[in-house]
Design a protein around this ligand. Structure first.
Ligand SMILES: Nc1ncnc2c1ncn2[C@@H]1O[C@H](COP(=O)(O)OP(=O)(O)O)[C@@H](O)[C@H]1O
Ligand SMILES: CC(C)(COP(=O)(O)O)[C@@H](O)C(=O)NCCC(=O)O
Ligand SMILES: [K+]
Length: 244
């Protein structure tokens, strides 16, 4: 059994793989993580492997508890990777971005890939066909845009994701919806177009909590997989173990 754990800044996601097949997906939080995993491994006799990616607030105590539940691999900036990391500040690169780049490299070999993760933040990561990673971009996610408009102004209400609105918002609410949603879509299209100018056969992977909302609203063809980070953890685990 391999348990993949993705601790983001908003949610903690867990995938349980058995015989290379995804058995279960769990959305939880850091407080309930150990209890949830303990439930999964109850009665399991063969070995439990755990791989962890965290960019969120996971306590040292929880990490110690995970070590008691199975063989824990925590992805760090020293982890053995399938790509060359050319980020100019490699030790500050988000662990989630490292894992996504690894997953894209392993799942889509010999091609240029752009991974877009629409979660708390929207991250863009480009890995070229020679498996070199240079970087990408970070911008505020959809939830963060709504929240910051409300937090940093006196008069703007807190809106939440809804159906897409016309470019010309004719009220405060629809103006915010247009700015946030049309803005995010235009941004994502611009990033995809930028990399497609370099290679029209670019592989684009869209993931994260907002990927399902976005996928049908983008004009470019993309692979949408809301759980690509968890799948990437599974692929990275195989990569590490088979090269040990
Ligand atoms: N059930 C849900 N609970 C919370 N956020 C959700 C849910 N479903 C979709 N979302 C959206 O997903 C975003 C978080 O995405 P996620 O990829 O989990 O982020 P992170 O990896 O940064 O924690 C939230 O901003 C929200 O808009
Ligand atoms: C940009 C992020 C905050 C994204 O976090 P997420 O939206 O996945 O919760 C995370 O990848 C991070 O902390 N990055 C460190 C800075 C960098 O990647 O250069
Ligand atoms: K993200």
């Amino acid at each position: 059994m391999i348990i993949c754990i993705d601790v983001g800044n908003t949610r903690t996601k867990v995938a349980v793989y058995e015989n290379s097949t995804l058995q279960q997906l769990i959305i939880t939080n850091n407080e309930k993580l150990i209890k949830n995993i303990s439930k999964q491994i109850q009665g399991i006799e063969n070995c439990v492997d755990i791989i962890l990616s965290s960019v969120g607030d996971l306590s040292l105590e929880t990490i110690e508890d995970l070590k008691k539940l199975g063989n824990l691999i925590t992805v760090t900036h020293e982890t053995f990777l399938p790509f060359k990391n050319l980020y100019s500040t490699p030790t500050t690169l988000g662990i989630d971005r490292i894992v996504l780049a690894a997953g894209a490299t392993l799942k889509y070999p010999n091609q240029n890939r752009l991974v877009i993760d629409a979660g708390t933040c929207i991250t863009y990561d480009f890995i070229n066909s020679s498996n070199q990673y240079h970087g990408g971009a970070i911008s505020p996610g959809i939830g963060l845009r709504y929240k910051s408009l409300n937090d940093y102004t006196a008069n703007l209400p807190l809106e939440k994701i809804s159906e897409l609105h016309p470019f010309v918002g004719n009220s405060t609410a629809t103006s915010i919806q247009s700015g946030v949603l049309n803005g995010v879509i235009a941004e994502i299209e611009a990033f995809i177009d930028h990399f497609k100018h370099l290679d029209e056969n670019l592989t684009v992977i869209l993931t994260g909590g907002n990927s399902e909302f976005l996928v049908n609203r983008l004009k470019n063809s993309i692979f949408a997989n809301p759980n690509f980070l968890l799948e990437s953890l599974f692929l990275l685990h195989q990569h590490i173990v088979s090269n040990d």
